[in-house]
Design a binder for this molecule. Structure first.
Ligand SMILES: CC(C)(COP(=O)(O)OP(=O)(O)OC[C@H]1O[C@@H](n2cnc3c(N)ncnc32)[C@H](O)[C@@H]1OP(=O)(O)O)[C@@H](O)C(=O)NCCC(=O)NCCS
Length: 191
């Protein structure tokens, strides 16, 4: 584990059957909980503020970066696999929840926040951060971007390069494009 300004205090519960490189974990008072059989050698975890939680279920193989901020939580289910360069950013008291048996192709980005404030001319924030939910058995194609507030229902596919900026509340759909729209209904996909 790396120390950042001597303030590092990660509360870790890591199952002994999982592989994780603790040199890749840094931050302030985060809580990391990892289930059994995970390969997280190529995952970097940044707890950017206190009271941030990352929980990963069993048999996950995740490569990329997960950044979690103040009072924010990322919960990943069982059997979730990502190709290289997954980036998940969860800030400003939001949650990113990912179900079981999901498959994320390379270079997927999932964010609950925009990273910078946008205000109207009276100074009121117009881009509040919102939680993201990806349900069970969702396949995100290469270079998909999931933006704040999005919900993707179970057994769905998101096409390569799609930018998803609104929720889709139907299962078994293919979503694609920018902005993403449903392009097929009543599908199921195999790993
Ligand atoms: C999403 C996907 C699986 C759908 O495949 P499909 O069922 O054969 O879909 P089709 O090619 O029949 O396309 C259906 C419609 O969606 C559109 N579409 C499909 N994929 C799209 C994409 N990624 N972005 C924008 N539009 C897309 C098609 O243009 C078509 O539109 P139309 O009905 O107006 O002609 C496929 O297009 C895709 O994106 N594959 C890449 C997956 C990937 O990233 N794999 C990495 C390995 S894990």
């Amino acid at each position: 584990m790396k120390e950042m300004k001597n303030l590092l205090k990660i509360k870790s519960q890591i199952d002994s059957t999982s592989i994780i490189d603790l040199n890749n974990v840094c931050g302030l008072n985060g809580e990391l909980i990892v289930g059994s059989g995970c390969d997280l050698r190529n995952l970097r975890v940044i707890f950017s503020a206190p009271r941030s939680i990352l929980q990963i279920g069993n048999n996950c193989n995740i490569a990329g970066i997960i950044k979690i901020g103040l009072q924010s939580t990322c919960v990943i289910g069982n059997n979730v696999t990502s190709a290289r360069n997954l980036a998940i950013v969860v800030l400003e008291s939001t949650t990113c929840s990912i179900g079981n048996d999901c498959l994320f192709s390379n270079d997927v980005i999932i964010r609950t926040c925009d990273g910078h404030h946008i205000n109207d001319l009276k100074g009121n924030r117009i881009n509040t951060s919102k939680s993201v939910r990806i349900e069970d058995r969702v396949w995100l194609g290469s270079r998909v971007i999931i933006l704040k507030g999005v919900n993707i229902c179970s057994d769905s596919v998101v096409g390569a390069g799609s930018v998803v900026s609104q929720s889709f509340n139907t299962s078994h759909v293919i979503i694609a494009g920018n902005p993403a729209r449903i392009v097929k209904n009543d599908i199921c996909w195999k790993y």
